[in-house]
Design a protein around this ligand. Structure first.
Ligand code: ADP
Ligand code: ZN
Length: 432
């Protein structure tokens, strides 16, 4: 049941004790980083000021901007010759960011991923296929090393070429697949055109879905389409990649591995801790990293800590399904809306497929929203039916987001499909 039984089943007080030990060690080690040395000096802070977990709050936050301004190697806490890998984000705006790893970092990262995979029931006799892009995107190599560590037969299929992906699934008897949720729908549609019934013609039983926000309704759809269990996987490059937090078989929140990270949830505006169980921005401190530890890193990801103990026996806290990043929030007529709220409603309609696009625009100085969503089946001469369907969707969306969107039902395959993470919002207002 547990890959690292001692670490996974530690009590809360044992976790806290280990965290304090590792935090102190990490803070000391960070003084080898030119960035943190300067930061600490600027704040008149010494490593010896950190004597309890509470003292963590004395340390200033680290942001993505800090990673950018120290690009490429200014954050490193070890000499470069001790590093064996770097991953880098795309850097569409400004400098990209770089994350460095020592051999131990890579090994510990693989252990974390292996722990997650084992937790959801995967064993060395499983065949694991990865549809993530390999290369700089950490979903590729991150899962690869973790799956190998567990001893599964691995199929590093990579992204794209859906027909070949499906051929691998059937020919190699793939039992576990890692995929971005929005890609699973595409996979299923192509299977249908190939006459492949995933329940009948494949051995798939477990899907690991993550890398982008998705609703529970979307997960249920995926489980039904493919006849699998689908587990939510959360990761980010700054925290290595996949393996940070993962659902256990209870499928009720994602355990975040507290022997690797200290979690804080803060109000993104005031940066003060939110009351227990409330939604806020997740701030993470790495306590098991050598090359480039990050102290109080503002992830911008919004979630909350679920109260109570998990029946699986792990006491590592559970995070609620992620709502998105703070920058995913749309503000329309003064109302804050997340794409995931819209998805949740759409996924409840069997008449609808999974691909949708939200467009924001200005009309007569007013913010307007169009929600285009693909139909599951071709509906040709059923205009009345479509009209009443659109009306009902509009009504339910209005209940959820408090404004009335223009709902457009479009034929399957007509909305753009992105190669990687889905792009759900097209904000035309920004061009004004
Ligand atoms: P990029 O920053 O270029 O998107 P990453 O691969 O590092 O590259 O992306 C990490 C981000 O992806 C997270 O900060 C989070 O916003 C999102 N993400 C990853 N996994 C999940 C998940 N399971 N649910 C929601 N969002 C996720
Ligand atoms: Zn659990």
């Amino acid at each position: 049941m547990y890959l690292h039984k001692e670490l996974e089943t530690m009590s809360r007080s044992e976790i806290k004790q280990l965290q304090l030990e590792r935090l102190k060690k990490t803070v000391n080690h960070c003084m080898n980083s030119p960035f943190y040395k300067k930061r600490f000096d600027a704040f008149g802070l010494k490593p010896s000021d950190i004597q309890s977990l509470e003292d963590l709050k004395k340390i200033p936050f680290t942001t993505k901007e800090d990673l950018r301004s120290t690009y490429p190697f200014g954050m490193a806490s070890v000499p470069l010759e001790q590093c064996i890998r770097l991953h880098s984000s795309s850097g569409t705006t400004g400098n990209p960011t770089v994350i460095l790893h020592t051999r131990r970092d890579i090994d510990q990262w693989a252990e974390a991923v292996a722990r997650c995979l084992y937790m959801v029931g995967l064993r060395s006799n499983d065949v694991f296929q990865n549809s993530s892009g390999y290369g700089m995107f950490t979903g590729g190599l991150g899962f690869q090393y973790g799956a190998e560590k567990l001893g599964m037969l691995t199929v590093p299929a990579g992204a794209g070429n859906t027909k070949r992906q499906i051929k691998f699934i059937t020919d190699f008897h793939t039992t576990a697949l890692h995929a971005i949720p929005s890609y699973v729908t595409r996979l299923y549609e192509v299977m249908q055109t190939m006459g492949i019934d995933p329940r009948r013609d494949t051995d798939l039983r477990v899907l690991l879905i993550g890398a982008e926000p998705h609703s529970d309704e979307q997960r249920k759809r995926i489980e039904q389409m493919l006849g699998v269990k689908a587990y939510n996987s959360f990761g980010m490059s700054e925290m290595c990649g996949p393996g940070v937090a993962f659902e256990c078989p209870e499928q009720n929140g994602l355990h975040i591995w507290e022997d690797y990270y200290i979690v804080e949830i803060v109000n993104p505006d005031t940066l003060e801790p939110v009351p227990d169980g409330e939604m806020g921005e997740m701030v993470l401190t790495t306590i098991n990293r050598e090359a480039m530890p990050l102290l109080r890193y503002r992830t911008r990801d919004l979630t909350r800590i679920l109260p109570g103990d998990c029946p699986c026996g792990r006491h590592h806290i559970r995070l609620d399904r992620f709502k998105g990043r703070s920058d995913d929030m749309m503000i329309l007529k003064g109302v804050n809306i997340f794409p995931i709220q819209i998805e949740k409603i759409l996924m409840n309609f069997n008449e609808l497929a999974s691909n949708y696009l939200i467009t924001l625009f200005t009309s007569n100085d007013n913010d307007e929203m169009t929600v285009e969503v693909e139909l599951a089946k071709l509906l040709t001469d059923e205009n009345e039916k479509l009209k009443s369907l659109a009306k009902e969707i509009t009504r339910q969306l209005k209940d959820e987001i408090l404004i009335t969107p223009h709902v457009k039902l479009v034929q399957k395959g007509t909305l753009p499909q992105s190669e990687g993470k889905a792009v759900r919002v097209n904000d035309l207002r920004r061009h004004f």
